[in-house]
Ligand binder design. Sequence first.
Ligand code: CP3
Length: 344
Amino acid sequence: MLPSTHGRARLLSALTGQAGPGGRPVWLMRQAGRFLPEYRELRSKVSFLELVHDPALCTEAALQPLRRFDLDATIVFSDILVIPEALELGLKFVAGDGPSFDRPVRTEADVAALPWSTLASRLQYVYDAVAQLRAAASGHAVFGFAGAPWTLFCYMVEGEGGDFAHAIQFAQQYPDTTRRLLESLADAVADHLIAQSRAGADAVQLFDTWAGRLDRSRYMELVAPGLRRIGARLEDAAIPGVLFLRGAGDRIADLGGAGFPCVSVDATTDLAAVLRALPGISTQGNVDPTVLFNGTEAIHAAVRGVYEATGGADNHIYNLGHGLLPTTPPAAVGDFVQAVRSLS
Ligand code: CP3
């Protein structure tokens, strides 16, 4: 399956709103990972972090779904938490518990002590992984990515996943320190995305997975300036960016466009309403990942629903509203891609 002939051009033309080779582009968030037996085989030999730190193994993990499915894009195999790991917070993944940090950020002094100046050199292995993937998947669009400042802040202050109660309390208690940390993270995230583009990524996606943990007004005040700064830097560097805000459909109209030609829309957000608010913007996603458990017919109906919500626009990138779940049957991904290929 690997040699995609039009994938790269098809995806990039949809993303930037220009005429392309036709057909609708499709890829899936978390398309590399535990739902594939060949990924589980790879992971039986190395830990997740060993895998992420090894560019050759990252390339293999990213290529696995391309061998099975007729996808138009690939995303570098990495994680949003590589930035806090490179800031020396001591990242660990404990099976079943998800990520945690030995040294979370809990005080103003912790924030002041973060080693920003060595970040780029510590993240070189990510850029090597992007360059290898670029060479191995020349017909596919290659995405780089990063976690958005607010989502990184949540993990760095909380020290783990969960309800992020400490992180939100920290933001209330220390607004100036919070602003400083979010600003430094915005610079670091923009640098990381631009470095991935220089290493060969065609486009980049910014994941604000926990946007919905903050109410709209505090988000717009505290977080939006950093997103706008990242967007401006991407635009200056002519790098097409996809902005993914999860659980925060009420902010897409404020933040989409400008530096981000494409917004990735979760399954709780009304895609047609996004398009009314931001006419002409490129969109991505919107299909609930659980639809992939409901059989071929339901998958075709969901894809058709997105087609109708976009009025058949050719600048929608077919994808899920959030990452593929690890228990997804691989055949359902084939059905999803097939449903997109069968659109008129
Ligand atoms: O195809 C791809 O999308 C692979 C690249 C990728 C991974 N993580 C690999 C991964 C991407 C884009 C991410 C992003 C990511 N990482 C996010 C934001 C995306 C989203 O879903 O909104 C977040 C919040 C993380 C942090 C993270 N990494 C968590 C919470 C976990 C644990 C999940 C769990 O259920 O154990 C990870 C681990 C992780 N990242 C895995 C993969 C394939 C699973 C690790 C394993 O093999 O055990």
